[in-house]
Structure formats: C-alpha cells, structure tokens
Design a protein around this ligand. Structure first.
Ligand SMILES: CC(C)(COP(=O)(O)OP(=O)(O)OC[C@H]1O[C@@H](n2cnc3c(N)ncnc32)[C@H](O)[C@@H]1OP(=O)(O)O)[C@@H](O)C(=O)NCCC(=O)NCCS
Length: 231
C-alpha cells in the first residue's frame, strides 16, 4: 500500500489534516482526462480519517483541495469509496457528491445463462466502424436520463476518438444473424482500478460493455463475459 500512496502523493494535489501534530485525515488525488474535460479523482486508497465519520475534517480538507482542483482546470470531481465504508459515503454525500458508478469484484469462473445463439469473436482493426456504432449507442445511453452524464462531444465523435487508440485487441463483439448486438472490453486493471482489483496477480477488468436494447436480458452480455474469460 505504501508505494501506491507515495505514487499518489507525487502525482496530483493532496492535503493532510493535523491536530496537535497527529494526522487526523488525508486526501490524495490524481488529475485524469477520462473523456475530454479534466477531472480530479481520489482513488479508494487516497482518503482516510483517523476518526470514522469525522465530517468536519473531511469538509475542511475538501474546501482546501477543491480550490486547487479548480485552479488545475478540473470540470469534474470524483471520489472512490469502499461500499462498506458507510461513514465515508455519508460524509461525501453531505458535501453534495452522489453515486455515479459502481465497481464490483467476482471470480473468474464462467457465468451461467449465456445466449447460445450468438456468435462471439475477437475484434480487429476492421471492426472499428462496428465498435464506433456500438460505443455511440452506449454514450447515448449514459447521457440520457436517469444517468445524464455530460459528454462535451456528440456520441459519434467521442466514439471514433476513443477507438482511435482504444483497446480493440482486448474487445469481443457479439453477432446475431450477422448483426453486431454488443461488445465487451476486458483489460488488465490500470492505475485507476480499485485497490482490491490491483492486489491479485490475475485480475481482469471490464473496461466497457454494451448490448443493444432489443437484445438485452437474453444472455448476450454473459456470453461476452465468458468468452473474454477464456483468454
Ligand atoms: C449491462 C449489459 C451489457 C448486460 O447485457 P445483457 O445481454 O442484457 O446481459 P445478460 O442477459 O447476460 O444478463 C442480464 C443480467 O444483467 C443484469 N443487469 C443488466 N443491467 C444491469 C444494471 N444496470 N444493474 C444491475 N444489473 C443489471 C440483469 O438484471 C440480468 O441479471 P439476472 O441474470 O440476474 O437476471 C446491458 O444491459 C447494457 O448494455 N446495458 C446498458 C449499458 C451499460 O450499462 N453498460 C455497462 C457499463 S459501461
């Protein structure tokens, strides 16, 4: 854990809270560019309070660090929290944060209930147009209610840009009757992965997945997942 904290401390704005010379809290962040705008992000290991639920310290650290995020030109901010840490969830929610995405961990056994009628194949450079189309649909899904994420570009432009140097060779596409109905990308967890996912030697991370609306809930997503696990 120490190397991760040292790496974080050297890579973006950070703040420590002290009382009588003792550490009462810390916040370490990284500036990332997940889409187009700059975003400040505090990973799950990047924050802690000596006294659980110490909302006052949390609030004061946030007041300090958020000014520096703004000075760095960040338009968005995110904090990753372990789901069991209810005190931390409450403290950050009280500052106006909300729940936008969830990461979960599972074993590498195949999942039951996959669609047998779907053909899954690994994507290659010739599949870029198919992937752009599916990704643009995913962006439309994410920017619609109730998720309402903000993407500064139109879905096609975003999708084309993200696949220009995206992980095509670790992506699987599902076809039914020659129509592409879904995709899934499985990669090694990157620096952004939660601590739990980075501690194992053989962890894979689902970086993105989408199944067209009229093909959902019939096991296409499960078939994609199972195929990616065979690698
Ligand atoms: C998530 C998704 C890829 C699953 O594909 P699928 O072909 O419908 O998956 P399957 O039919 O194999 O499995 C369906 C299961 O996923 C569950 N599921 C689907 N969306 C879910 C969601 N948002 N939250 C929780 N569970 C979800 C279904 O309830 C179902 O569970 P069950 O088997 O216990 O009944 C598809 O629903 C989708 O594209 N959703 C919109 C885009 C999205 O959320 N992508 C992932 C984040 S980038």
């Amino acid at each position: 854990m120490l190397p991760r904290l040292e790496d974080l401390a050297g890579s973006g704005p950070g703040v420590a809270a002290l009382a009588g010379g003792r550490l009462t809290g810390f916040l370490l962040s990284r500036i990332v560019v997940p889409r187009v705008e700059r975003m400040a992000w505090v990973p799950d290991c990047g924050h802690g309070l000596a006294r659980p639920g110490d909302g006052v310290t949390c609030r004061r650290m946030y007041a300090d660090i958020s000014r520096r995020w703004a000075a760095e030109g960040c338009c968005a901010q995110a904090v990753s929290i372990q789901a069991y840490d209810r005190d931390a969830v409450e403290a950050w929610f009280s500052l106006g944060f909300g729940l936008t995405w969830v990461d979960a961990l599972r074993d590498l056994e195949p999942a039951a209930g996959e669609d047998e009628g779907v053909e899954i194949r690994r994507a290659g450079p010739d599949d870029i147009d198919v992937l752009v189309h599916l990704e643009a649909e995913l962006v439309r899904h994410l920017t619609s209610a109730p998720i309402s994420l903000v993407y500064p570009e139109d879905p096609e432009t975003h999708a084309r840009r993200s696949w220009a140097d995206g992980p095509v060779d670790t992506t699987w596409i599902a076809f039914r009757d020659d129509r592409a109905v879904g995709y899934l990308t499985a990669e090694r967890p990157g620096a952004d992965a939660p601590v739990m996912a980075r501690t194992g030697q053989s962890t894979a991370s689902v970086g993105g997945a989408y199944v067209v609306e009229d093909a959902r809930n019939r096991g296409v997503g499960t078939a994609l997942l199972n195929r990616s696990l065979e690698k």
